[in-house]
Design a protein around this ligand. Structure first.
Ligand code: SF4
Length: 426
């Protein structure tokens, strides 16, 4: 397929997949990211996927069929690629959904490549080699970092549009660096990104409520899938925080380790996964250093072992289906980093996320009384006004809580000044 096939990738996370396309292209494959996603895509998805399927699978299948029907691609030289996680949710069975949809739509001969690292399906035309894997890991590091830079600086920038401009510049530079760069150049680029964004002047005279987004992996990153929730939150006066994709990758690596400790399964794969997490931590080391030197209070990359320990108070780490315990852990991570406001995006027909998302909110609120969490449902026919109302309500509470916190801080400061004065008089 490397020679003459066009491989179509459905959109999931725009920042990450923009770089993913560049990383895979530089490995010799002609891949094409399907950037378009509209109401027509949803309708196409609904036509070919049973309507009891989860919303992300409808969106993904809709994108693929729409692209094949567009007439843009030579159908004898086009393939589709889809990730398979190997867990218990539909993310493992997408391939089946897609193949059935292709048959019904008259595209039976289009190959579907399973992108998985657990050996689920053979991929004769596509190989995940060590250099490709390295590029993919670097691309996640870049995308996570650029995402942080974008949301933080855009919320407070003095000169409107400055952050987006710098972000676009670095997006292009990162694509080139993914094509070819030494370890030294990769490391240096991390510091250069943070330093460049540090130059953006911010107006922090009015503090904004920080709102984190958690939820199913496609719905939390895909702006169309979540009805542009990040834009809506920013419009309502929030600083939006999106989770790092690398956290999800580290969570995936813990699966085999947990299997081994809870079910006494294969020790070797457990050891390999521990090594993989160590490797990712090494890769993220410079990001941690670079953002700790910044004055802008970015959320650092997560420590998966710390989160795993913390989450055990709420649910078993045996919850691995879908986002599994990691979704709950992300909420805890936000709260621990003074981000008490959380939108939990829930796709229609996603059982796992209703357990590890909506299902744990009551317990989290009991453990962390300052948590302001709002679950919001997303499906093909969801009422946009219902979603907007929930978000507006969350923002009202977030603003009130922030004001109360600032008043408490001011009162404490004046009390301290008063005590100091009295001590000096004595
Ligand atoms: S996690 Fe939920 S929404 Fe995502 S693929 Fe699985 S079932 Fe579907």
């Amino acid at each position: 397929m490397r020679k003459d096939y066009t491989i179509l990738i459905p959109q999931m996370a725009p920042i990450h997949f923009e770089l993913l396309e560049a990383a895979v292209r530089s490995s010799g494959y002609h891949v094409q990211l399907l950037r378009e996603c509209t109401q027509k895509t949803v309708e196409t998805g609904l036509k070919y996927v049973n309507n009891d399927a989860c919303y992300p699978s409808i969106l993904v299948t809709g994108q693929m069929i729409e692209a094949l029907q567009s007439g843009k691609y030579d159908l004898n030289k086009t393939a589709l690629i889809m990730s398979q996680t190997g867990g218990g949710c539909r993310a493992t069975n997408y391939i089946g959904f897609i193949r059935k949809a292709l048959k019904d739509a008259g595209f039976e001969n289009i190959p579907v490549i399973s992108f998985n690292i657990v050996g689920m399906e053979k991929m004769p035309g596509f190989k995940i080699t060590v250099p490709l894997m390295e590029k993919l890991l670097r691309m996640v590091v870049y995308a996570d970092l650029l995402q942080k830079m974008l949301t933080k600086n855009r919320a407070y920038e003095i000169h409107k549009g400055e952050t987006q401009k710098l972000f676009d510049t670095w997006m292009e530079k990162c694509k080139k660096l993914l094509e070819k760069s030494s370890n030294k150049e990769f490391k240096q680029s991390i510091y250069d990104i943070v330093n460049d964004f540090e130059k953006i002047e911010l107006d922090t005279s009015i503090e904004k409520p920080r709102v984190g987004i958690v939820g199913e992996v496609l719905i939390k990153y895909h702006p169309f899938g979540n009805n542009f929730v990040a834009d809506l939150l920013e419009k309502e006066g929030a600083e939006v925080i999106l989770p790092d994709f690398m956290g999800f990758a580290k969570f995936m690596c813990t699966h085999k380790i947990t299997f081994n400790s809870l079910l006494n399964t294969n020790k070797t794969s457990s050891k390999i996964m521990k090594a993989a997490i160590k490797l990712i931590d090494i890769l993220e080391k410079d990001v941690k250093i670079a953002i700790s030197n910044s004055k802008k209070n970015y959320l650092p990359p997560c420590d998966i072992w710390h989160l795993e320990e913390k989450v055990k108070d709420v649910l078993s780490i045996g919850n691995q289906t879908g986002e599994g315990w990691f979704l709950t852990a992300e909420m805890i991570e936000y709260i621990e980093h003074d981000i008490p406001n959380i939108v939990c995006v829930q796709p229609f027909a996603c059982l796992p996320n209703h357990v590890v998302g909506k299902g744990v909110i009551k317990t989290i609120r009991e453990k962390y009384p300052n948590a302001n969490i709002s679950p919001v449902d997303y499906d093909p026919g969801a009422s946009e006004s219902n979603q907007a109302n929930r978000i507006k309500l969350l923002m009202t509470v977030a603003k009130d809580n922030l004001e109360a916190k600032q008043k408490r801080k001011q009162a404490l400061e004046s009390e301290n000044i008063e005590t100091k004065k009295q001590e000096e008089t004595v």
